[in-house]
Design a binder for this molecule. Sequence first.
Ligand code: PRP
Ligand code: URA
Length: 208
Amino acid sequence: MSVHVLNHPLLEHKLSVLRDKNTGTRDFRAAVSEIAMLMCYEATRDLPTKDVKVETPLAIADCKQIAGKKIALVPILRAGLGMVDGVLAMIPAAKVGHIGLYRDPETLNPVEYYCKLPADIEERVIMVVDPMLATGGSASAALQFIKDRGGKNIIMMNIIAAPEGIARLEKEHPDVEIYVAAVDEKLNDHCYILPGLGDAGDRIFGTK
Ligand code: PRP
Ligand code: URA
């Protein structure tokens, strides 16, 4: 597995907005979406292209277009939904699947409540999005659901990751490439990321 930490001044600036406890729901949601768009730009850097000829109003131009495999975007509900608009702004034709998981507050184990993926998932490059990779339990379960349904070519995109979550995915899903905007220090006693940004879902949807 490769872990790509995307360092860019725009990402770092927007990340500081997310981390700030005084950032309200509207600005938080906007920053999550913008970060997802910027991360998508980097995470798709190696997508294969094919040569095409395009007729401009004046001449024939040699151009490139995305070749071969099409993309499926899969947000992990609920916080992953906050990253969907940003990615779709870059890849409007992507199909979107959904995996519903929440972390049981007592056991911290992921509990599945929904899974609906595009029918041809095995033929697509699959981009799984969730702002937070903490213990890695939710991400690992989501990746397994996708693989159980035939998904093979998978990219994971998280805004903030804990070293513990990265280590878990490296062990359980070594074939998956991970793209993150930051790797934080550690988890606290409740498995929240430190310094992190708090509860991503609650901050995106304003539920706390
Ligand atoms: C958050 C986050 C991840 C998960 C990360 O979701 O969006 O899905 O926790 O934690 P883990 O790596 O330890 O599994 P949460 O369970 O709070 O659900 P929500 O998105 O519905 O708020
Ligand atoms: N889920 C969140 O939303 N935040 C964390 O820090 C960890 C899990």
